[in-house]
Design a protein around this ligand. Structure first.
Ligand code: ZN
Length: 451
């Protein structure tokens, strides 16, 4: 009997997180993520407005996401929901009427949240409002001015050099935006489990165009929600798709009464770009989601980092007034790869295998949260005879050795104080392998697996 035959997945068990991990990411899921990212890329996202609404509506075609609107001016914790911003058009045209910078080519050309402007000015007058990346002369930077009324354009250094050479001014400057009372939009999806204990999954939805930051977080969170919607799970999963910072603050303020049920949380972003996976710990650093995250990311050759009050929305969730144990999964984090917050963070930076590995890693973290159990050896005096019970593989090899070691570690640590994850860590094996071994031992009544 081989290891695989020892514990065949029963039909009913195919509808669990564990079964998803054991069977690998489902057919169709990589396509779902790719289609979603290419559909979402052109939408003019910001922290409020129709771009973020259209983004959430597109996600809602995959999963039953509810859109919530919070009016401008609403006090949210120490902040206020800003005026709603929408972009109609924006450009700089030279004296011949040619658009030398044009948001129709890329939304990144306008500083997000720019106030309306209609003016004619010289290049010298315009110059303080132009942003470039001299060290990457073909890239357009991404800039925002959410909380200071200002305006500006982002362009390549090469375009600016040409403008300075030709100086075909005066230039017509048009920023046709609206900043009016409206609302901030966030998306939320709750997938009830058999328990009311919740796992929070949060991703931001406010960046225009850029792929790794932030279409990959949206894609992985949506694919995950779609998978979890079709299976049974212990935890209740709460997905939030929020504009960065102000969106998570608004959501926290709106859901203050519901937060007590949250046991674990993950912020997902930057999952398809370069580098290995990186787990950023919660503020306490030792919560169950940290142990699970560190195990999964460590086994995949990734990096585990301590908490820092800088980054994405984990800053809001971990703040002392909420203290939600929310870690973060990325690849190379924000600011540490050259394409970050530039036009070079495009779909070519994102690879399908990187995205699939990230989704698989998230499922593995959830598998630990869903399936970790205490080990109690029911035959603790000496080793039980595994061969007699059909538990020894008859075919040798590395996986057979791993299977035996997984069983022996479950029995060795079966003192009622250790868990399956402890055995996986001590054995240096993936959690899922040890989980299957523990289940096989439990089926033969050699182990009990209380909660
Ligand atoms: Zn960003």
């Amino acid at each position: 009997m081989t290891a695989a035959e020892v514990s065949p997945p029963p039909e009913a068990a195919l509808r669990t997180v564990a079964a998803l991990v054991d069977s690998g990411v489902c057919e169709g899921t990589p396509e779902l993520m790719a289609d979603l990212m290419s559909d979402l890329r052109p939408l003019p996202r910001s922290i409020t407005g129709d771009g973020v609404r259209a983004t959430l509506r597109r996600i809602a075609r995959e999963v039953p996401l509810a859109l919530h609107e919070v009016p401008s001016g609403t006090r949210v914790l120490d902040w206020t929901v800003p005026a709603e911003w929408n972009l109609r058009d924006a450009y700089v045209a030279d004296a011949t009427g040619r658009r030398v910078v044009d948001v129709r080519a890329s939304a990144l050309h306008l500083v997000s949240y720019s106030v309306p402007v209609r003016a004619t000015m010289s290049l010298e007058q315009l110059r303080p409002h132009l942003h470039t990346l001299p060290e990457h002369p073909d890239w357009v930077p991404y800039r925002t001015t959410y909380y200071a009324p200002d305006w500006g354009f982002c362009l390549t250094q090469r375009t600016l050099d040409a403008l300075e050479r030709e100086d075909a001014g005066p230039y017509e400057v048009v920023v046709d935006t609206t900043l009016e009372p409206g609302s901030l939009t966030f998306g939320e999806l709750v997938l009830p489990g058999t328990s009311s204990e919740e796992v929070l999954v949060s991703t931001h939805v406010c960046h225009p165009e850029m792929a790794n930051d932030n279409l990959t977080g949206i894609a992985v969170a949506t694919a995950l929600a779609s998978l979890l919607a079709g299976i049974e799970h212990h935890h209740t999963y709460r997905f939030v798709f929020v504009p960065g910072t102000i969106g998570s603050l608004t959501w926290l303020a709106a859901r203050e009464d519901a937060l007590a049920s949250i046991r674990h949380g993950l912020v997902l972003t930057g999952l398809g770009g370069p580098g290995p996976l990186v787990w950023k710990r919660t503020l306490p650093g030792d919560r169950p989601v940290d142990v699970a995250g560190a195990h999964v990311v460590g086994r995949r050759g990734g990096e585990v980092r301590g908490y820092s009050p800088w980054g994405y929305d984990e800053r809001q969730y971990n703040s002392p007034g909420f203290g939600l144990p929310v870690g973060r999964l990325t690849r190379t984090p924000h600011g540490e790869y050259p394409e970050y917050h530039t036009s070079a963070d495009d779909l070519a930076l994102v690879t399908p295998p990187a995205l699939v590995e990230a989704l698989t890693a998230v499922l593995e973290v959830l598998d630990v949260l869903e399936s970790d159990r205490t080990l109690v050896n029911l035959s603790p005096q000496g080793e039980p005879q595994l061969g007699r019970r059909g538990l020894y593989p008859t075919v040798g090899g590395r996986s057979a050795d791993e299977w035996v070691m997984a069983m022996l570690w479950c029995l060795a640590l079966g003192d009622g104080r250790h868990t399956v994850l402890d055995a996986a860590e001590r054995a240096g094996l993936p959690f899922a392998t040890v989980r299957r071994a523990a289940e096989a031992l439990a089926e033969r009544r050699l182990l009990s697996l209380p909660g």
